[in-house]
Design a protein around this ligand. Sequence first.
Ligand code: IMP
Length: 201
Amino acid sequence: MSAPFKVIFATRNEHKLREVRAIFTQTPILPVSMAEAGIDLDVVEDGATFHDNAVKKCVAIAAAADRPVMSDDSGLEIDFLDKGPGVYSARFLGESTPYDIKNAEILKILRDVPWQQRTARYVCVIAFARPGEKPVTTRGTLEGFIAWEARGSGGFGYDPVFFLPEYNRTVAEIPPEAKNRISHRAVALSLMKEKLLEINV
Ligand code: IMP
């Protein structure tokens, strides 16, 4: 068997890394963490789009590590808020504000907004780059609605207020296996897996 092709996945989040590894099992590609690769670099996510941030992160880390890197950026777009909080999803009301407060604020802002105008989506962009090369990117989305009230305790972040009509439940109410099958991250990562296998990394 040939040696695995190690790709640094630019995250410090172990949970995310496990999710990524699960998608790449049965491929020659082995995502490794920044810590495993001995890289300690903070890249400021100041781009105007998920694409800009994901690309900026993987290009900077690939250059610093002199190794191939995959990165991601994701967030929640609410159509009524002109696709906000978008790239500011983590920073909405302040980075350290608990999500029950952020979610309550979203419900308050949308209190009188009718169902048809409560459309929203999770977006994830994955980028891959070798040092000095042009990055390739993929994008995944999960479409839904902002619920009338927060429900469920699974998942994280905005999941209790993100409602999936196909399940008649919020993302925080569906089993984690179901979320990992349909999520914006799963879709973007699966597309990246196909792309990397295609270009024979
Ligand atoms: P990051 O891409 O890990 O930096 O995530 C950006 C932010 O988007 C998170 O801090 C959450 O606010 C939001 N977000 C991204 N994915 C999800 C998700 O699957 N559920 C809930 N919130 C999410």
